[in-house]
Design a protein around this ligand. Sequence first.
Ligand SMILES: C[S@@+](CC[C@H](N)C(=O)[O-])C[C@H]1O[C@@H](n2cnc3c(N)ncnc32)[C@H](O)[C@@H]1O
Length: 369
Amino acid sequence: MKTDYQLFAVTTPGLEEVCAAELRALGCAEVRPEPGGVGFRGQFRELYLANLTLRTASRVLVRIGRVRCRDFPALFQKTLRLPWGRFIRPGAPLLVRASSHASRLVHTGRIAETVTAAVGHCLGSPPLDPVLAEQLVVARFEDDECLLSVDSSGELLHRRGYRTENLQAPLRETLAAGILMVLGWNGKSSLLDPMCGSGTIPIEAALLAANRAPGKDRRFAFMNWPHYRPGLWQALVKELTGRETPVSMVIHGSDIDSAALDMATANARRAGVSEFIRFDRKPMEVLSPPVSPGLLLCNPPYGKRLAKEENLGPLYRRLGDLLRGPCAAWQGAFLCPEPGLARATGLPLKEMAILAHGGLKVGLYLRSR
Ligand SMILES: C[S@@+](CC[C@H](N)C(=O)[O-])C[C@H]1O[C@@H](n2cnc3c(N)ncnc32)[C@H](O)[C@@H]1O
């Protein structure tokens, strides 16, 4: 019998709605955005598809059950009864991440120990098998009720596998994809990132335009589960690969830093999209944009993360000049944590979203007409 699960795609705050739209497009049922993610219902097919295709989620959890309790023996006894054996191989090392809010049980270390002991007991108390991969379990107490989930993703989903080295202040892949979706870029018009750094925005744009599933070349935690269905996974990868399309519009990234551009070029090659992107070493101030206008999107230096950049006002002013001058016909958008700095562009702006990035709250600004 096929079982339906309560699933939850975790997102960066601010990307819940675009992630919900992705899940609806996959045909998932009961899609409900919540703060920090999106709840939905599905079977293994939907779980595999979510991991394979979601561009904006950071992991996908299976909600195993809720237990109401106000003492540790009750937590142990009730946790024990949940169906852990469907998801965890006996002997697999467990990592339990616990949190507690407005509940009698507040000691998160002891919550984690109790859940670890209960799951071990449920699986027959086998000795630890160090060959098996570690399995993450999430225990979240809220108003004396503990929601227990198993992580199906393993490494976070923004790790698509193409970025092996890091630039100083890279944008997360999930955030770059989410911003493109918040702005409604559909892969049908040109895209230009004049401060592309390691190339995350152009690469995510190319993956989106090519309709390429971002997770098809990596492994996931669910592949270690006792009921993993490799045949179903392979069929889904094959089906989605058949739906990929060639990219016909111009995707263009440029930057002043040649080391960053080397990285961008290598990343694009590893992502399999280098044929769709043109990278140039050029200061934004002398850029001549591609002929057909589209979306100019960038993540300029913020100052807080790139400490050596100090007075950034003139740089933002020059970004404004680019959008008033050579790119006047383009849609223009950028990320910036400080509204004052964003205003230094001198452009009329609309704040499209507030997103969490590198411990900062960052605004996504769109030039309004
Ligand atoms: C925050 S980083 C961009 C990170 C990028 N989104 C990524 O994912 O790697 C800002 C970039 O702006 C570039 N930059 C700064 N001033 C520039 C200018 N005047 N013209 C072009 N690029 C510039 C820097 O070299 C740096 O790579």
